[in-house]
Design a protein around this ligand. Structure first.
Ligand code: SAH
Length: 359
């Protein structure tokens, strides 16, 4: 068995200075009070920050105070390095550089009825899934809560400039969110709290996607949150899943499904199952049937994702007819399933491919 990097909340190496978005409401008030200012200034500053305002737009704060507060509580965490778009500008991928030079990416996807930002929770990833570009590079470091929230705030700023707003957040960028548990939960709270304390996105419009770290799923179940949990399953049998999602050797399918359905029964939220369709690897009819058998009768939705091949990989997406047959079998067994729309494929929209190219 391979030794797996299963570190929860690893050391603070490389983390940026403290930012307003790292702190809860009480922490922000304390930080402002420690600067000798009235606690209500924390609310004023928060309202502006979470709305995506820049310091010069914070006109209800005296200029000198604005500068002092933002120097202390709003350090620049992420600087855009590169931005590329496709789908006529409706999909925009941004490569960000952290204060220590770390690269992470986020992807903004505009649809008719919603705008989704896909955020990174770690620079790199320690989960080593062989079909994922981020998995190939290993883990560089965790992102701070502020660095995660800042990806959403930057998207909100871009949307506000066009008269829109970000409606959904998915933790499907770089990293394993549940391996950076406390910071991700902090970020989820900031993202979902109403103004002035947060960005004000509905909890039900946030998706946390995981390889299946069972103790962390159980912990999430106790948080009292209404976010959607997505489980990257990719195989219905342990033999194959051990190779596609190596953490499966630690927490096999039966255990991970039990934990994930524990989350759904506590929260009433439908479980999302992610399944990358990989030609001749996990797309056989018998695997569709086995998947259906494991999920039948549950509150679940299967998202089939055509594999986005990583450079140099021998794997490819399943042919359309194979994909359609897989969907048909799941549905015939009464399991909800759809094929995910593949926004941003041509800009390496999924999975660490832009930062891999930059590095
Ligand atoms: N670590 C989390 C979030 C990462 S990415 C997780 O694994 O769930 C979000 C989804 O994209 C995951 O389901 C992941 O398995 C999938 N993915 C990664 N690389 C992919 C690729 N090359 N093609 C299609 N899906 C991929």
């Amino acid at each position: 068995m391979t030794s797996l990097p299963l570190v929860f909340d690893a050391p603070k190496r490389g983390l940026p200075p403290r930012h307003l978005a790292d702190l809860d409401v009480a922490g922000r008030r304390e930080a402002v009070a420690a600067m000798g200012e009235k606690p209500f200034r924390a609310e004023q500053l928060s309202r502006h920050y979470f709305a995506g305002h820049l310091p010069e737009q914070m006109t209800d704060l005296p200029v000198a105070l604005r500068e002092r507060l933002s120097a202390d509580l709003l350090p620049t965490l992420l600087t855009p390095v590169r931005e590329i778009s496709c789908d006529e500008g409706e999909t925009v991928k941004t490569l960000w550089k952290g204060q220590d030079g770390t690269l992470v990416e986020s992807v903004l996807m505009r649809y008719a009825d919603r705008t989704t930002i896909c955020v990174s929770s770690q620079a790199g990833c320690g989960m080593a899934c062989p079909f994922c570009a981020t998995g190939q590079a290993g883990l560089t470091r965790n992102l701070s809560a502020g660095e995660i929230v800042d990806q959403v705030v930057a998207a909100q700023r871009a949307e506000a400039a066009r008269g829109g707003r970000v409606s959904n957040v998915v933790f499907m960028g770089m990293g394993e969110p549940l391996a950076n548990y406390n910071r991700v939960i902090g970020a989820v709270r900031r993202i979902t709290e109403a103004a002035p304390h947060g960005v004000g996105i509905g909890q039900r419009s946030v998706v946390v996607s995981t390889v299946g770290l069972v103790p962390a799923i159980r912990k999430l179940t106790e948080e009292g949150l209404q976010v959607t949990l997505a489980l990257s399953l990719h195989a219905p049998d342990d033999e194959l899943r051990n190779t596609l999602v190596p953490v499966n050797t630690r927490w096999p399918i039966r255990e991970v499904l039990e934990a994930a359905f524990g989350y759904t029964s506590r929260t009433g939220r439908r479980l999302s199952i992610e399944y990358a369709m990989i030609r001749d690897v996990n797309d056989q009819p018998w695997r569709a049937d086995l998947l259906a058998k494991r999920l039948a009768g549950k509150l679940v939705h299967v998202n089939l994702i055509p594999l986005n091949p990583t450079p140099g990989s021998e794997w490819d997406a399943s042919p359309k007819p194979v994909e359609q047959e897989f969907v048909r079998r799941l549905r015939a067994a009464g399991v909800n399933a759809t094929v995910r729309d593949t926004r941003g494929r041509e800009i390496a929209g999924a999975c660490g491919q832009l930062s891999a190219a930059e590095a």
